[in-house]
Design a protein around this ligand. Structure first.
Ligand code: UDP
Ligand code: MG
Length: 327
């Protein structure tokens, strides 16, 4: 008998997915059931404002496989939802899957076979082959990966999503990273382990709409850069040093010209230009420092990453609680 109660735990973060959760559950049961894999489903209701929780309650009631639902007290974001789901995992393997039907359970089977077939692989991450997105967005994404891979010490793989299957030690490692500003792509690289990248084609979202806007993606990218590298601070030091050097040389030139060539000191435009340039650079510097400082401030508060309203479990009577997460 293995030390794990099931072979596979499927973690599904859900935020306003009332039109999808039933289908996600049924499809998983069908595909995984056909292969006789013993599995459990863990849904996290991330403060949905639609009927998602109602649908999840009915899934818990009708399910014949172990199902748990972690209900958040409000929307804490997908990162927090994934963490809460992973904290519930009882299986030997855990897979994170979106609750919008974009990721098919057939790919989950492929991941499963890879882990079963090779002890050396600890984690299988699905990588989207090609995405249908605007050229501006894809330009920003490419620049993001270029910048962060130059600056950070861990590697970020373009297109690798949160859709991945892990062995339990990887799950424990991810949970041990307890920072408040969570950037999963970075956390998965940070914990290391042997990762196999499996190309796959995402399907269209079945119902509802994506929660990502350009603004949200942009601030997520900034989170990633600030969370995993201090290179912007180094950039400030280097550019400050260079600017001082240039201004010393410039001053020397002005003095020499004045004394030896008798040139009058001139240049109203130069003065204004310099003031504006330096003012701008100083503000930029303060801004960058402020980004780090602000995050440090929030991080030192050690607030819980998520707060549960209730946990439903079809193997026992549902227990209502308001536990917080470990810090
Ligand atoms: N999600 C979540 N909390 C949020 C936003 C999204 O749990 O605050 C879930 C969402 O329900 C879905 C998954 O994260 O299951 C991916 O979200 P989405 O489909 O909007 O992202 P995309 O596939 O467009 O990258
Ligand atoms: Mg999606």
């Amino acid at each position: 008998m293995s030390e794990y109660s099931v072979k596979l735990s499927v973690v599904v973060p859900c935020y306003n997915e009332e039109g999808n959760v039933d289908a996600v559950f049924d499809e998983a049961v069908k595909v995984l059931g056909e292969r006789n894999i013993s599995f459990e489903m863990i849904f996290v209701n991330d403060g949905s404002t639609d009927g998602t929780m109602k649908k999840l309650r009915s899934v818990v009631d009708r399910a014949r496989v172990p199902v748990r639902v972690v209900d958040f007290s409000r929307n804490f974001g997908k990162e927090a939802a994934m963490m809460a789901g992973l904290a519930e995992v009882q299986g030997e393997y855990a897979v994170i899957m979106d609750g919008d039907m974009q990721q098919s359970p057939e790919v989950v089977l492929e991941m499963f076979d890879l882990l079963e077939g090779d002890d050396e692989i600890d984690c299988v991450a699905a990588v989207q082959k090609q995405r249908r997105e605007g050229c501006l967005l894809s330009f920003f994404k490419r620049s993001f990966y270029k910048i962060i891979n130059k600056a950070a010490s861990v590697e970020f793989v373009s297109g690798a999503s949160d859709f991945r299957m892990m062995r339990r030690p990887v799950v424990d490692a991810v949970l041990s990273v307890s920072e408040y500003f969570r950037f999963s792509k970075g956390i998965f690289s940070f914990v290391g382990f042997n990762t196999y990248y499996l190309p796959y084609q995402a399907r269209e979202r079945a119902a509802g709409k994506t929660k990502w806007s350009f603004r949200k993606l942009f601030s997520y990218a900034i989170d990633g850069i600030i969370g995993f590298t201090t290179a912007p601070l180094r950039f400030l030091t280097v550019s400050g040093t260079l600017l001082s050097l240039v201004s010393f040389i410039y001053l020397a030139v002005v003095v020499i010209k004045r004394i030896f060539l008798g040139d009058p000191v001139q240049g109203f435009a130069t003065t204004v230009g310099c003031i504006l340039l330096l003012g701008g650079l100083q503000l930029l510097g303060m801004g960058i420092m402020g980004e780090y400082l602000g995050r440090t401030y929030i991080e030192t508060k050690h607030r819980p990453i998520y707060i549960k309203r209730a946990t439903l479990d079809n193997r026992e009577n549902s227990k209502e609680n308001s536990e917080n997460t470990p810090e």
